[in-house]
Design a protein around this ligand. Structure first.
Ligand SMILES: [Mg+2]
Length: 212
């Protein structure tokens, strides 16, 4: 089997939750953040703009709120099995997220992921400013990460796989050789090569021809 790369979205794919909503719980802004997230995931509004809008509601929270959000996050069933199966077959796994390194990194490390890219929250004097640092990881950045990691891992474009649930995953799903919609929005399911409907990542192995 040639080398291959699997790139996963984080929020509502590798993770059961939308991390921004867990953070918003601490600011008391979950209802408005959730409404914006829904619209962004359906592709109704620009992702980068929507992220800035949602992060702005977090301004003033202590920076360690990310640690508390991290305790609340649940990894999706089957994630371990998927990562182990891909590694056993000689593949590599990355996660790319419109969420945040501060929350995602420990999961990426624990799962033994090969690549991880997300946004960073700006902190001044121990407090979230309500802004993200640098360029927002949007749909375009997700597709760029897939390209970049394939190059770094010596994987040809024909051996790339993208797994996601939301509209901002569509661009990386289009550039990947195989796209998997995971418990996805209808628009995403319609465009994907394969759809996984249960919230269990292990069937992705079967889509890769590694099981079943
Ligand atoms: Mg998602």
């Amino acid at each position: 089997m040639p080398r291959f790369l699997v790139v996963l979205d984080a929020d509502s794919t590798l993770l059961e939750d939308e991390v921004i909503e867990l953070l918003a719980d601490h600011a008391g802004t979950r209802p408005q953040v959730q409404a914006v997230t829904e619209r962004a995931m359906r592709g109704e509004i620009d992702f980068a703009e929507s992220l800035r809008e949602r992060v702005a509601t977090l301004a003033g929270l202590p920076a360690d709120v990310t640690a508390r959000a991290q305790e609340a996050v649940r990894v999706t069933r089957g994630a371990d099995e998927l990562v182990r199966g891909v590694h056993a077959a000689g593949g590599t796994v990355g996660v790319v997220s419109g969420g945040f390194h501060e929350v995602l990194d420990p999961f990426a490390e624990r799962l033994g992921l090969d690549h991880c890219r997300a946004n960073r929250l700006e902190v001044v004097d121990g407090v979230l400013t309500g802004r993200v640092l640098g360029e927002v990881v949007d749909a375009h950045a997700k597709a760029a990460a897939l390209h970049e990691w394939a190059g770094a891992d010596g994987v040809g474009a024909a051996h790339t796989v993208a797994v996601g649930d939301g509209a901002n995953d569509l661009e990386m799903m289009r550039v990947a050789a195989l796209s998997v919609a995971f418990d996805a929005k209808p628009r995403v399911r319609a465009e994907a090569d394969v759809a996984v409907v249960d919230r269990d990542l292990s069937p992705v192995l079967a889509a890769l021809g590694l099981r079943g």
